[in-house]
Write a new protein. Sequence first.
Length: 210
Amino acid sequence: MSQSPTVSVVDDDEQVRESLAALIQSMNLDVACYASGREFLDGYVAARPGCVVLDLRMPQVSGLEILDVLSSRGIHVPVIMISGHGDIPAAVSAMKAGAVDFLEKPYRGAVLMERVHRALELDAHHRQAQAERAELVGRYETLTAEEKVVLELTVAGKPDKAIAIKLDLSLRTIQLRRASVMRKINAHSRAELIRLAQSLQQPFSPRSTP
């Protein structure tokens, strides 16, 4: 059973936290509030779907420092950065550090609500893509060493006859191995097999999801 998304609010201003929490709860969403960057980093559960509404300027651990820590931990949760001192350099720094959006105080509640919905959709797409990739990796690991060689040569554009010659095997043996590879990878054509294999060779990027 999948978890419902939670919006994490990180702001050292109690009134701002309460205001944001009330707004998010009015969207029928769960909310978790944190009074400091350290409290958030200590308590945040990356496995829980959702997004983060993060204040840029906080004592001890700033919003940008939190983005750096999340990145170092391999956590790609969508972050909406908010600042009462926002300017173009701050927005650029936040986006470069991994934030998906930047709002300057004061902001309209309707705008924040729309950005939160967008961030939650992005997180859902990312988690789905991550699960699909993990499933594909699992299927790839079921291949034998010989089948992986055939797959590698297929991805390199080699036809079955050329693979047979290179490996000094019969054409029928290569065809049987490729058929087994396609069945295990769950590819329905050579083109799909190549596309799936190439996706395994590329580093996973959450920003590549819609």
